[in-house]
Design a protein around this ligand. Structure first.
Ligand SMILES: [Zn+2]
Length: 279
């Protein structure tokens, strides 16, 4: 019997085994972890972006080293990538000599498991980037920043891809978790912080943005900002001095620019209206 088709149904990924091994290994930059996690914390709606890096076929390893946060046309349940963002990412990646190696999106409060729609998108991407040897070096990442049931303040991450076999229903390719490791001997890139500052700029008037001063865990008096900082800190793998400087810069960025300010919103609307009337 064919099950009913629900594109929002979440599908727990399978695990690769020694008998059914992953097609390649994945190694991720901490700068990538930081930026994806930061982006996911900013909005109550799903956020989305693209990942750049390299695939080394001789070593069967993918290195993920760059994040391009995209604009999304989010409905609150499921988000789609804005095609203009994809075109812009293509230019940036070409300029930096990077390949497209993946995409990420958030499930703000629910499990980081791909929905059937996510699997369809992922499969399309993999097919688009399939190499002549049949390898499809393109991964998906799902970030869940605000799962209150999760004991830790560190966000949940799922690295995954579509396998070659189909689900029993025959409707979609079975998703698999991909194990990942982290690149060693890295620095915190200045660009990571400037990308965070651009995201703050972009989201600070968004009506579904997260109020960072709000309480996240009532029993422990943890604010959303504290939660964000704790999660970001978990990715940092450099000397404590450099880490402290970075974290205090982020804290400052959020408290200066990311709190609700109704007057500012009103004045921005006002100035837009003026602009329009001049045109
Ligand atoms: Zn999803």
């Amino acid at each position: 019997m064919v099950g009913s088709y629900d594109p929002f149904r979440l599908v727990p990924p399978h695990h690769y085994t020694s008998r059914n091994p992953a097609p390649f290994r994945v190694s991720v930059s901490m700068n990538v972890m930081l930026l994806m996690d930061f982006h996911a914390h900013l909005a109550h709606t799903e956020i989305i972006g693209l990942l750049g890096g390299h695939y080394f076929s001789d070593r069967e390893i993918m290195e993920v080293i760059y994040v391009y946060p995209c604009k999304s046309s989010s409905t609150g349940f499921q988000c789609e990538m804005d095609p203009a963002s994809e075109v812009a990412a293509r230019e940036v990646f070409a300029e930096k000599g990077l390949e497209f190696v993946g995409w990420y999106h958030s499930h703000p409060t629910f499990d980081p498991q791909p929905s059937i729609r996510d699997i369809e998108n992922q499969t399309q991407y993999q097919e688009m980037w399939r190499r002549e040897d049949g390898v499809e070096p393109f991964i998906g990442v799902i970030v869940t920043p605000y799962d209150i049931e999760h004991d830790s303040n560190v966000s949940r991450f799922q690295f995954w891809m579509s396998g070659t076999n189909y689900d029993l229903s025959g409707q979609f390719r079975t998703p698999y978790s991909c194990q990942h490791s982290f690149l060693q001997n890295e620095n915190l890139q200045e660009e990571t912080f400037s990308q965070m500052a651009s995201l703050v700029e972009e989201y600070h008037n968004y009506d579904q943005r997260v109020n960072m001063s709000e309480t996240y865990r009532k029993d422990e008096e943890v604010s959303r900002l504290d939660k964000l900082i704790e999660s970001l800190s978990s990715h940092i793998n450099v000397s404590s001095k450099a880490a402290e400087t970075f974290i205090s810069q982020v804290r400052e960025l959020m408290s200066d620019d990311f709190r609700p300010n109704k007057n500012e919103e009103a004045s921005k609307l006002g100035s837009d209206a003026t602009k329009e009337s001049i045109l």
